[in-house]
Design a binder for this molecule. Structure first.
Ligand code: AMP
Ligand code: TRP
Length: 326
């Protein structure tokens, strides 16, 4: 089992990233050969400030380690450090069609309302497919929003193999059950996201305790005062219950039994403390890693070396299949 996944460095990572993606990563590294990448080339699909992008890239790598990814077990690296990603993306882009890329819902969402849309934004899923196929990954842990991109990756792998001869492993998405879709604290119909304008809609992994408490206090709830898990009738409370359960390790029925009739006030207060307690060790480790970046930089240099050693033979095979001289 070979696992690959990536997170973009831009904006601030939030508890949706932690529960939908990173928790799966830390679990998988105990039983699979794992690569975890900070996908900074993907960030360039929208305008970026260079200094901020550099800082955010290191910050995201530090968060991987702070959240429990162990560089002795997993390969942790930065996408732009391994040139093969961009090279394979070009080659795969010649297999992908305009029609299928135009059907990607994330592209449609991100392109909506812009007067100019870059080729990079359109080709984003092709670069993602290259990330995965380069390493012959068998499994790709992601949140629910990446399901369509994984399907495209599989289609491209199958198509390439059929046209040019076996080169790629066809990967499977690993979409966790609980946590796969953490919703906004301000609108339970939308997923929690790095790019939402209102920071109160998400809890960032580096939010301080008072910010966390205030955001939970301000989180929208549903009508009535009963704390009950019902995704349809009580979507906001159901989302808060899921977050509480995943971060504290307590089952949802136990939480319903404790808070069911006591109103939203006490529930939110205890949830705030549970989130603060879950984030505290992550923030301490993150702070240490950023304060003395030598260790982190060494981890990333070693990760890039290991990743390139896996990517190079795959790129050679693909070049050979396509008739490009070696
Ligand atoms: P992104 O924030 O788009 O870079 O996503 C990084 C990873 O976190 C991907 O695997 C996403 O599917 C996952 N993710 C992002 N937002 C959420 C969310 N609200 N709930 C669960 N998983 C998420
Ligand atoms: N597109 C993913 C996201 O927005 C990030 C990503 C890039 C990724 N390359 C990947 C995820 C490869 C899994 C595997 O979340």
């Amino acid at each position: 089992m070979r696992v690959f996944s990536g997170i973009q460095p831009t904006g601030r990572a939030h508890i949706g990233n932690l529960l939908g993606a990173i928790h799966q990563f830390t679990d998988l590294q105990n039983r699979a050969d794992c690569l975890f990448c900070v996908v900074n080339l993907h960030a360039l699909t929208l305008p970026q400030d260079p200094a901020a992008l550099r800082a955010d890239t290191l910050q995201m790598a530090a968060l991987y380690l702070a959240c429990g990814i162990d560089p002795r077990r997993s390969t942790v690296f930065v996408q732009s450090h391994v040139a093969a990603h961009a090279e394979l993306a070009w080659l795969l882009g010649c297999e992908a069609t305009y029609g299928e890329l135009g059907r990607m819902t994330q592209f449609k969402d991100k392109a909506a309302g812009r007067d100019s849309v870059s080729l990079g934004l359109f080709a984003y899923p092709v670069l993602m497919a290259a990330d995965i196929l380069l390493y012959a990954a068998t499994h790709v842990p992601v949140g629910d929003d990446q399901r369509q991109h994984l399907e495209l990756t599989r289609d491209l792998a199958v198509r390439f193999n059929a046209r040019h001869g076996e080169a790629f492993v066809v990967p499977e998405a690993l979409i966790g059950q609980a946590g796969a879709r953490v919703m906004s604290l301000q609108n339970p119909a939308e997923k929690m996201s790095k790019s939402a304008a209102d920071p109160a809609s998400r809890i960032e992994l580096l939010d301080g305790p008072d910010t966390v408490r205030a955001k939970i206090r301000r989180a929208v709830t549903d009508s009535g005062r009963e704390v009950r898990y019902d995704r349809t009738a009580k979507p906001a409370v159901a989302n808060l219950l899921e977050i509480f359960s995943l971060l504290s390790g307590e089952a949802i029925p136990a939480l319903e039994a404790r808070y069911g009739d006591s109103g939203y006030g006490r529930f939110k207060q205890d949830l705030g403390e549970a989130v603060v307690a879950a984030l505290d060790p992550i923030q301490r480790r993150h702070e240490e890693l950023i304060r003395a970046p030598d260790h982190l930089e060494a981890v990333l240099a070693d990760g890039a070396r290991r990743a390139a050693a896996l990517a190079d033979p795959m790129l050679r095979t693909v070049n050979e299949r396509l008739g490009l001289p070696g």
